[in-house]
Design a protein around this ligand. Structure first.
Ligand code: S3P
Length: 448
């Protein structure tokens, strides 16, 4: 049964003509969380331009404020006046991370290194997600959990000013776990290292270096070791957040599917640890290009041009999963329109995202008349060039499921309704408005 917030907002999409125009997507969600967090741990002022102002990010900002950081919006920029490493204080009320796994998990690493008690909570989706993957290494460093043996929110964390550094090998390819351990490592006496066998997004280590932390990455047997020196000083810095490639993916997909479309999305992050979706699109034969490639704050960005065209089914290897982990729902929607089967391997992590994305995508695609199946950690979708549509989709409080099916509805034969579009505000509040600017239209409420 679909779990919905008290005020669900059904929304429908139907076949659209050509989408055309030039737009910017809002700031990258991963970089936005990290800019606020490192700004709060730094000494001095961090001025952030282009911060994503979505629910997930606002939850992180509010949590940091409750912990004593000064965060304000001034003339369109966010100004963080840091408390300095170890300078956060005990919050008076629970820290509510809403729908955000990234916010909750990264902040567990921060709280671990402060001598304070904080209750972590979130919405019904976040309360079901596994926190043990972050709490296990943090416990080994010295964090205590009041609810012994529990690993789901709400939880009371008891941090310490005497964290012990460690070397930790990631049991799952997760940038959130890596980042939580590195953030805790900032507050431990000595060097903390994380070894990852598959490369995950590297924004934490890049931004740590930019803020002046002693951080290094080196190749080791079976992967990469990322190390941080504890108890240094972070210095506040100006940060400009590039456009989110995971949000741009929905606009690119819509342009590919709607005949006659030609869309330019400016200023999109194309960091290789995030760009697997775009590589897969090229392999599927999509008309997609990175134009005007350049650097912004040490991150590669480009203008992304997507034009309508036909797609062929492909085999997406498991090794690519970390670099496109959030893009499988929209890739599965695209695969439904391709000619031939698409196999996506290595997707175990999709079961523990905002929803069980393997099960939820299969159910939604089947409801739309598409041949889709999850077997083990492989998702297969067999496209036939067109999609019947005409279904109401259970989104299970998952923003990316909602956006994926709204895009699918733009090209399906009959309208598609998502049972709740309100969760889109967690990552991409401008989604509907930007799509309408390009020529798409949506209708509130369920359609028959
Ligand atoms: C994120 C890492 C990914 C991703 C999430 C954002 C991050 O999660 O799915 O949307 O900012 O570190 P995992 O690290 O758990 O795979």
């Amino acid at each position: 049964m679909s779990q919905l917030p008290s005020n669900p907002k059904p929304l429908s999409s139907r076949q659209a003509g050509a989408l055309r125009g030039t737009v910017c997507v809002p700031g990258d969600k991963s970089i936005s969380h990290r800019a606020l967090i490192l700004g709060a741990l730094a000494e001095g002022r961090t001025e952030i331009a282009g911060l994503l102002e979505s629910e997930d990010i606002l939850c992180t900002a509010r949590a940091l404020q409750a912990l004593g950081a000064d965060i304000q919006k001034q003339s369109g920029h966010w100004i963080v006046t840091g408390a300095g490493l170890g300078g956060l204080i005990e919050p008076a009320s629970p820290l509510d991370f809403g729908n955000s796994g990234t916010g909750a998990r990264l902040m567990m690493g921060v709280v671990a290194g402060h001598p304070l008690r904080a209750v972590f909570t979130g919405d019904e989706s976040l309360k079901k997600r596994p926190m043990g993957r972050v709490l296990d290494p943090l416990r080994q460093m010295g964090l205590q959990i009041a609810e012994e043996g529990q690993s789901k929110l709400p939880l009371t964390l008891i941090g310490t000013s005497s964290l012990v550094p460690m070397e930790y090998r990631l049991p799952v390819p997760s940038a959130q776990v890596k980042s939580a351990v590195l953030l805790a490592g900032l507050l431990a006496q000595g060097r903390t290292s994380v070894i990852e066998s598959e490369k995950t997004r590297d924004h934490t280590e890049k931004m740590l270096a930019y803020f002046g932390a002693g951080v290094c990455s080196e190749a080791v047997e079976g992967g990469t070791r990322i190390s941080v020196e504890g108890r240094g000083t972070l210095h506040g810095k100006p940060v400009t957040v590039p456009g989110d490639p995971s949000s741009a993916a929905f606009l690119a997909a819509a342009a590919i599917l709607c005949p006659g479309s030609d869309v330019l999305v400016r200023n999109v992050l194309i960091n290789p640890t995030r760009a697997g979706f775009y590589q897969t699109l090229r392999e599927m034969g999509a008309n997609i290009a990175f134009e005007n490639e350049r650097e912004l704050n040490g991150e590669p960005v480009a203008d992304l041009r997507a034009r309508a065209g036909s797609l062929k089914g492909v085999h997406v290897p498991a090794a690519r999963a970390p670099s496109m982990i959030d893009e499988y729902p929209i890739l599965a929607a695209l695969a439904a329109f391709a000619r031939g089967p698409t196999f996506m391997d290595g997707l175990a992590e999709l079961r523990v995202k905002e929803s069980d994305r393997l099960a939820v995508m299969v159910a939604g695609l089947k409801a739309c008349g598409v041949n889709a199946e999850a077997s083990g950690d492989t998702l297969s979708v067999t496209g036939a060039g067109s999609v019947p549509g005409g279904a109401v989709i259970a989104t299970h409080m998952d923003h990316r499921i909602a956006m994926s099916f709204l895009v699918l509805g733009l090209a399906a034969e009959a309208p598609v309704t998502v049972d709740d579009a309100s969760m889109i505000a967690t990552s991409f509040p401008e989604f509907q408005g930007l799509m309408e600017t390009l020529g798409a239209s949506f209708e509130d409420g369920a359609r028959g």
